[in-house]
Design a protein around this ligand. Structure first.
Ligand SMILES: *[C@@H]1O[C@H](CO)[C@@H](O)[C@H](O)[C@H]1NC(C)=O
Ligand SMILES: *[C@@H]1O[C@H](CO)[C@@H](O)[C@H](O)[C@H]1NC(C)=O
Ligand SMILES: *[C@@H]1O[C@H](CO)[C@@H](O)[C@H](O)[C@H]1NC(C)=O
Length: 497
């Protein structure tokens, strides 16, 4: 019967009601589901006033297994590589690069003491290469560890003299080698660094070879990448020559420097022995004269405590203009921080940076040395005095001044050690007139010559005679005079422009 059938079918829900279950019309199912989902999602994402309760961790693990340093530094290393300091405002990143080098130095030190941490070593290599692309050796483009390879190329315990020489400096460099090797009898090996045959032709290299034992050559283009260095017959090669040289401890000389004493003395200076880096001061000139330079130095040093050495600087403290005479630089690359600081100096001398900043803010490579080490927090030492005048006595009335074209530097016993400016009287204007200086003065007041043809004088200090130290210079000049009798082509190169 249809009616009883209907009654039956209607009775089912009732029966369920009777068993205590709640029912609702099917039409409402989607709405309820939506509310439930919405509430769950709301609960899940709502801010919680109470922190989530985290089960207590075992902090007192008796056998802690620290993750390797390589794992810890990996994200920072990646950050350094993904966000390189590549402009456009290079002047603004000298300081930050110094900070990054300080991290890199700590990692490299850790890597040196744990060579099995391969991830760490790879990160050190990759970050170094990213910061300093000149480290890519063009003769070994696939070397995965160019930094380690470069450091391994330094002969353990070696010390020597490095002279960057291009054909235009050949004559001065030849005088210098005569000076240190033949006259002063220095035993230090000499490495002449050049940038390919176009820079220093084979014929000139052969003349150096003929000067004695232990004079060898290093073509910088076979060690570091010129795409980044961009060498162009200027001062820029100096930092890279120091870096590429196979000597571990390097005396880097400008070709026109001249020594009064054996350069070996440099390695014995207390400041060098203490820090592994020794620089010399320029003339104390132009107080308050270069405000932009000072402002920039200070900005870049914002995150760096000035070193003890910097706090003694008259340039830093009293606002003089010129800090360093980079004609002689002494570095011990076996000390990791010095090596790393040298990378910063190299960076400052790469084509892009030097053209846009370094050689504009300051003069040539001069200030890049101490500034690089300072920014990387690497200790270094300076000659105690600022540059001395070297030349001749000039008396009028009862005053005596010393005037000349070259500046001189002393060792820690205040003895004349070397001079900047060749054996010529005035290298800048006359390339034929030689002069033996007779007097010098130090720690007094400069009166700068108006033009390159005018001598600069120092006034108000003790007049000192060069005589006690001059035998070496006289002997050198005698040697040069004798060279007039060697074949003409040879002497021409040596004695004329
Ligand atoms: C280092 O660089 C090489 C070559 O680009 C890459 O294969 C390697 O994964 C890098 N390693 C690290 C730790 O960044
Ligand atoms: C090195 O780079 C500079 C600047 O780009 C370039 O002028 C010079 O020719 C390069 N030197 C060599 C030997 O390729
Ligand atoms: C050498 O001395 C002169 C001053 O006579 C100075 O201008 C120059 O910068 C010095 N050279 C270097 C390489 O510092």
């Amino acid at each position: 019967m249809p009616s009883s059938h209907e009654a039956l079918s209607e009775s089912r829900p009732r029966a369920m009601l009777g068993s205590g279950r709640i029912t609702m019309p099917r039409k409402l199912y989607p709405a309820v589901l939506a509310v439930v989902i919405f509430s769950a999602v709301f609960w899940f994402y709502s801010p919680r006033k109470q922190p989530l309760v985290i089960p207590e961790l075992e902090f007192h693990n008796p056998n802690p297994v620290l993750p390797a340093a390589g794992l810890i530094i990996e994200p920072i290393a990646k950050y350094f590589i993904d966000f390189p300091l590549n402009g456009p405002d290079f002047a603004a990143v000298f300081g930050e690069l110094g900070q990054r080098v300080q991290s890199l130095t700590r990692w490299a030190a850790q890597s040196d003491s744990d060579p099995k941490d391969f991830l760490l070593r790879e990160s050190v290599e990759n970050v170094s290469l990213s910061m300093f692309p000149f480290l890519r050796n063009p003769t070994k483009p696939d070397d995965p560890i160019p930094v380690a390879t470069l450091r391994q190329s330094y002969q353990e315990g070696s010390r020597g003299i490095v002279i960057p020489v291009g054909s235009k400096d050949f004559r001065y460099a030849y005088h210098l080698v005569l000076n240190i090797r033949t006259v002063l009898q220095s035993k230090l090996p000499i490495q002449v660094v050049y940038a390919g045959d176009d820079d220093l032709p084979k014929s000139m290299r052969e003349k150096f070879s003929a000067m004695g034992e232990d004079i060898n050559f290093l073509n910088i283009l076979e060690v570091l990448d010129n795409k980044s260095m961009g060498l162009e017959k200027d001062w820029a090669i100096k930092a890279f020559a120091a870096l590429a040289s196979t000597f571990e401890q390097v005396i880097l000389l400008d070709a026109d420097s001249i020594f009064f004493k054996k350069p070996e003395v440099l390695f014995e200076q207390t400041g060098y022995k203490k820090t592994g880096a020794l620089f010399f001061h320029d003339r104390l000139l132009w107080q308050h004269g270069f405000q932009e330079r000072h402002k920039w130095w200070k900005e870049q040093m914002e995150h760096q405590e000035p070193s003890e050495t910097l706090l003694k600087s008259k340039v830093w403290m009293d606002d003089y203009a010129e800090e360093a005479d980079s004609g002689v630089v002494v570095l011990d690359k076996s000390r990791l921080p010095v090596f790393m600081g040298l990378l910063h100096v190299g960076w400052q001398n790469t084509k892009k940076i030097r053209e846009e900043v370094t050689y504009k803010m300051t003069y040539g490579d001069k200030e890049s040395w101490w500034f690089g080490l300072e920014l990387c927090g690497v200790p270094y030492a300076f000659e105690k005095h600022y540059g001395a005048v070297l030349g001749e006595l000039r008396t009028d009335d009862d005053k005596s001044d010393v005037c000349g074209f070259t500046i001189a530097h002393v060792d820690e016993d205040d003895h004349l050690l070397w001079e900047n400016g060749s054996l010529l009287k005035n290298k800048a204007v006359d390339r034929t007139e030689f002069q033996i200086p007779t007097h010098w003065m130090i720690d007094a007041t400069w009166e700068k010559g108006a033009t390159k043809a005018d001598m600069s004088c120092m006034k108000g200090g003790l007049v000192r005679e060069v005589n006690p130290n001059s035998q070496s210079l006289s002997a050198l000049l005698l040697r040069l005079a004798n060279l007039r009798y060697v074949p003409r082509a040879h002497s021409n190169v040596l004695l004329s422009t």
